[in-house]
Design a protein around this ligand. Sequence first.
Ligand code: FES
Length: 159
Amino acid sequence: MDVMPASLDSLESTIKEIVARHGRSEHELLAILDDVQRAFGYLPENALIEVARNLDMPLGKVYGVATFYTLFSVEPVGEHVIRVCENAPCHLLGADTLIDVLSQELGIPMGGTTSCGKFTLKHTSCLGVCGVAPAIMIDDEVYGNLTPDDIPVILEKYR
Ligand code: FES
């Protein structure tokens, strides 16, 4: 994510502005959560409370959506989030090997964040590019047809 994280102090006004932009409709929840995550880097609990309040929705429902989609994170994440597709086509074509190389290169297990705060490594469901499996996504950029040798080259762009 290239957006500077908004201060948690400005959380209320930031969320009010995002909701106003999309409209106070439950149908806009995914788009609103996406913008909130771009603003804060993840979905802090206070942000989910504010979104629920602004949309007049039960917090449990907002939290359920925030935790259902693998593209959302309710935990703080690193500056760059690396998502490795774990669905069958990517799995069959070597996603596990990519995970091993990523873990080794970054020195973190799946789900971890590097101590410098630069990278977080996560699973994701299908990225919609099964034709170029195995695939990963770093921030908003998708990389496909990957071999283990590609990983260090790609990481170098973000270091
Ligand atoms: S299964 Fe990996 S991109 Fe669809």
